[in-house]
Write a protein that binds this ligand. Structure first.
Ligand code: HDE
Length: 691
C-alpha cells in the first residue's frame, strides 16, 4: 500500500457537532463569496476608491467589515495551558466499574464521544511543544448524562497543596515581568525561588525534572486526575478514587538535547506527531484506570493523606484497575473553533463522580468557569459546538453576550404555572445529580492539616524508584535548570531541599553547580515503586512511531518495500530520506521521498536505517543526523552496503542497538521492530556519555 502523504492540514470534513447547535452551524454554505450579511460580492482584492489612485471610501462596507472582523480574530489565550493540540475520539467502557460508580459512561460496552486537549502549562500559544514542562491531559466526555470533564496532567502530583497559591506558582514560572523572558520554561530564578520557599513543591519538581517533563509524544504520556475523587455506586456506597490514563504505546520521553533541537527545528513537534499519526491510521490509545481506596472519615490510606495533591498512592498499595479504553482517531476540522474554544471545567461532573475537599481541587472548581467568562466572552460558551453536551439541554439560563439560541416561552423560572410548569426537576432515580450528604464542619481557619507537613518522603520515593539512566537525567536536568539561575542563594536553597530527598542527588547537582552539598535527613524507610520508572520491561507496540530509511536512486527498493509492509502492518510510519525530493527510482520501481537531508532532522525518527545500494553516499547533514541518532541512543540499522554509509559517518557499527543484515529479511525487520518497541538503546548510554 503506498504511504499516505503527510499533510500540514487535514482535509475539510463536515463536523457532526455542528448539528447540535440547533442551526446548521456550518462555516461555509453555498459557493459564492458573500459578506457576513449574505450579500454576494464581485471582488475582494480592491477597495472602493475615488478613482484608481484616489482615497478609499467610507462607503466600502466590504472593506470595513473584512478589516474589522480580522482585527478581532484573536481571543485571549489561556492564562495557563495556552499552547495545546487536540483530537476527537471515543471512550469504550469495559463494564467493570459498577461496584464503585453508577456513572453511565462506565457501563459495559458504552461508547462515549470524547474530545481531548493536550497542552504545556507555561508557554504562550505560539511557544514550542518540547519544552520541559508539565503537560495537560484534559478529556471531555460527551456522556448520555451530560458532559464530564477529567482535567488532568501527565504528572500525578502538583506543586502546591492549596489553590490559593496557584497565581503565585504561575507568576513564578511564567517569564519575568520586566523583559518577558524566558519563554515556556522553568529554568530561571523566580521558579526556583518559589519552589525552594514552598518545599511542598519538591515532589512535583522531581517529576518535572525527570524524563516525564519532555515526553516523546502525546501518544506516550500517562495521564492523571491528580486529586482524589469520591465515586458513588448505584447503592449509594462511596469510594475514594484516583484516575489514571495508561498509554497503550508505553511511556516514553525525548532526551534533553532532542527536546532542545525540536524547539527550534520543529516547534510543532508534538502536535504534528499526533495529527500525522491519526492521518496515517495510527490512533492514540489509552486505558482508563482507577485506584480505589476505601472511603473513611479521615480520608487517609496507608498513612497517605488522600486530600494532599502532592502525594501519590503507589500502585503497589492500590492496584490500577483498567475500566475502559480511549481511542483518539479524528483530527479537529478547525483549530480555533474546537481546540481553542473548548472549555474544560473540573465542575463538569456526572452522577456517580464527586469531588473531595482537596483544597487544590476546591479552588479549581471556581477557576475554570470564571476564566472562561473572559476568555470566551461571556456566559454562553456552552453553546459553542465543541462545548455543547450531546444530550438535551433545558437550563433556564437566558440572554447574555453571544446568545445564539432562540428560547421560547415566558417563564424561565421554576416552579412556574405559565409555561406548562416546564422544565421539570428530576429525582436521583430519574438521573439527577444529587450530592452525597457528606458531613462538613470545623472552625474557620487558614491552616493545613498536620498530615500536609511531609514535603520530602515521596520525592525520595520517586528518586529511589528511578533506574540509573533516569537518575542521571534527573541530575542533569536539575544542574541545567539551576545553572540558568543567577542568584547563588536560590541555588543553595534548592540544594537544601535536595539534601532532604537524597544525598547522592544533592551531591551530584551541587558538584555540577560548583557549590558545597548541604547535609540533610532524607526519609529512610521508603519502598521504591517500580510503576514510577518508565523504562519498559520488554518491547511495546510501535504504532505511530517513525522509521526513516536513507535511500538514493539505485537503492534496494525491494528491501524498502518489504520493510515498509512490515512496519506499516504494525501501525508505524516509514519515511524515505534522500538527498533530494521527488522519488527514488531503480528499474521500474520507485519510492516517494518524504524528507530530504535538508528538511530532515534526527528528532523526528525513532529509528533510521540505511538501505542497501547506497554505498558512497556522503552528506554532512546525514552524518549529523546519524550521529545525533547514535548519541540519543536510538536504533540505527543498515542492510547490504548501506553499512558503509554508517561507518563513513563515524558510527561504530559494533555498538549496542545497531541492527545490520545483508538484506531485508524477517530477522532484520523483527529485530528492528522490537528495538523500536524498547524505545531507546540505553545500553549505549554510558558509552555515549563517556565519548
Ligand atoms: Fe488548571 N487551569 N488549575 N490544573 N488546568 C486551567 O482553565 C487552575 C491544575 C489543567 O486544555 C485554566 O480554561 C487552578 C491541576 C489543564 O483547556 C484555569 C489550579 C491540574 C488545563 C486553571 C489549577 C490542572 C488547565 C486556564 C490550582 C491537573 C488546560 C484556562 C487550584 C490535575 C485545559 C482554562 C484545556 C487550565 C486553573 C491546577 C490541569 C486558569 C486555579 C492540579 C489540563 O482555570
Amino acid at each position: 500500500m503506498p504511504p499516505k502523504r503527510q499533510r500540514e492540514q487535514s482535509a475539510p470534513a463536515k463536523d457532526e457537532s455542528n448539528a447540535r447547535t440547533g442551526r446548521s452551524g456550518e462555516g461555509q454554505r453555498g459557493n459564492h463569496l458573500t459578506t457576513a450579511q449574505g450579500v454576494r460580492l464581485p471582488d475582494t482584492d480592491h477597495s472602493l476608491k475615488a478613482g484608481p489612485r484616489g482615497p478609499s471610501l467610507m462607503e466600502d462596507f466590504h472593506l470595513r467589515e473584512k478589516i474589522t472582523h480580522f482585527d478581532h480574530e484573536r481571543i485571549p489565550e489561556r492564562v495557563v495551558h495556552a499552547r495545546g493540540a487536540a483530537a476527537h475520539g471515543t471512550f469504550r467502557a469495559y463494564g467493570n466499574a459498577a461496584s464503585v460508580t453508577k456513572a453511565g459512561f462506565l457501563e459495559k460496552g458504552r461508547e462515549t464521544p470524547v474530545f481531548v486537549r493536550f497542552s504545556t502549562v507555561l508557554g504562550s500559544r505560539g511557544s514550542a511543544d518540547t519544552v520541559r514542562d508539565v503537560r495537560g491531559f484534559a478529556v471531555k466526555f460527551y456522556t448520555a448524562e451530560g458532559n464530564f470533564d477529567l482535567v488532568g496532567n501527565n504528572m500525578p502530583v502538583f506543586f502546591i497543596q492549596d489553590g490559593i497559591k496557584f497565581p503565585d506558582v504561575i507568576h513564578a514560572g511564567k517569564p519575568h515581568p520586566d523583559r518577558e523572558i524566558p519563554q515556556a520554561q522553568t529554568a530561571h530564578d523566580t521558579f526556583w525561588d518559589f519552589v525552594s520557599l514552598h518545599t511542598e513543591a519538591t515532589h512535583h519538581v522531581m517529576w518535572a525534572m525527570s524524563d516525564r517533563g519532555i515526553p516523546r509524544s502525546y501518544r506516550t504520556m500517562e495521564g492523571f486526575g491528580v486529586h482524589t475523587f469520591r465515586l458513588v455506586n448505584a447503592e449509594g456506597a462511596t469510594s475514594l478514587v484516583k484516575f489514571h490514563w495508561k498509554p497503550v504505546a508505553g511511556v516514553h520521553s525525548l532526551v534533553w538535547e532532542e527536546a532542545q533541537i525540536a524547539a527550534g527545528a520543529d516547534p510543532d513537534f508534538h502536535r504534528r506527531d499526533m495529527a500525522d499519526g491519526i492521518d496515517a491510521g495510527a490512533p492514540l490509545e489509552y486505558e482508563l484506570g482507577l485506584q480505589v481506596m476505601p472511603d473513611s472519615d479521615d480520608e487517609m490510606f496507608e498513612g497517605i493523606d488522600l486530600l494532599d495533591p502532592t502525594k501519590i498512592v503507589p500502585e503497589e498499595l492500590a492496584e490500577v484497575q483498567l475500566v475502559g479504553k480511549l481511542t483518539l482517531d479524528r483530527n479537529p476540522t478547525n483549530y480555533f473553533a474546537e481546540t481553542e474554544q473548548v472549555a474544560f471545567h473540573t465542575g463538569n461532573l456526572v452522577p456517580g463522580i464527586e469531588v473531595t475537599d482537596d483544597p487544590l481541587m476546591q479552588a479549581r472548581l471556581f477557576s475554570y468557569l470564571d476564566t472562561q467568562l473572559t476568555r470566551l466572552g461571556g456566559p454562553n460558551f456552552t453553546q459553542l459546538p465543541i462545548n455543547c453536551p450531546h444530550v438535551a439541554v433545558n437550563d433556564n439560563l437566558r440572554d447574555g453576550m453571544h446568545q445564539t439560541l432562540i428560547h421560547h416561552g415566558q417563564a424561565p423560572y421554576l416552579p412556574n404555572s405559565v409555561d406548562d410548569a416546564l422544565p421539570t426537576a428530576t429525582t436521583e432515580a430519574e438521573g439527577a445529580y444529587v450530592h452525597r450528604p457528606i458531613e462538613v464542619g470545623g472552625p474557620k481557619v487558614r491552616a493545613n492539616p498536620v498530615s500536609f507537613d511531609d514535603h520530602f518522603s515521596q520525592a525520595t520515593l520517586f528518586w529511589k524508584s528511578m533506574s540509573r539512566i533516569e537518575k542521571i537525567h534527573l541530575i542533569e536536568a536539575f544542574t541545567f535548570e539551576l545553572g540558568k539561575c543567577f542568584a547563588q542563594s536560590i541555588q543553595e536553597r534548592v540544594l537544601e531541599s535536595l539534601a532532604q530527598v537524597d544525598a547522592e542527588l544533592c551531591a551530584a547537582v551541587a558538584e555540577g553547580l560548583g557549590l558545597a552539598a548541604p547535609l540533610g535527613t532524607p526519609a529512610e524507610d521508603v519502598t521504591p515503586s517500580s510503576a514510577l520508572s518508565q523504562i519498559p520491561a520488554g518491547p511495546g507496540p510501535i504504532a505511530g512511531r517513525i522509521i526513516g530509511v536513507v535511500a538514493t536512486s539505485g537503492a534496494d527498493l525491494g528491501g524498502i518495500g518489504k520493510l515498509r509492509r512490515t512496519v506499516e502492518a504494525q501501525g508505524a510510519i516509514l519515511r524515505v530520506l534522500a538527498p533530494v525530493g521527488g522519488t527514488v527510482k531503480r528499474g521500474r520501481g520507485q519510492q516517494p521521498v518524504a524528507r530530504t537531508f535538508l528538511t530532515a532532522r534526527s528528532i523526528e525518527f525513532d529509528a533510521v536505517v540505511v538501505a542497501g545500494g547506497t554505498a558512497g553516499l556522503h552528506d554532512i547533514k546525514l552524518t549529523i543526523l546519524l550521529q545525533e541518532m547514535f548519541r540519543h541512543c536510538k536504533v540505527i540499522g543498515a542492510w547490504g552496503d548501506g553499512r558503509q554509509v554508517l561507518t563513513d559517518a563515524g558510527i561504530d557499527v559494533d555498538a549496542p542497538g545497531i541492527v545490520l543484515a545483508d538484506e531485508v529479511a524477517k530477522p532484520f525487520s523483527a529485530e528492528l521492530v522490537s528495538s523500536v518497541g524498547l524505545h531507546r538503546v540505553w545500553e549505549r548510554a554510558e558509552r555515549v556519555m563517556n565519548d
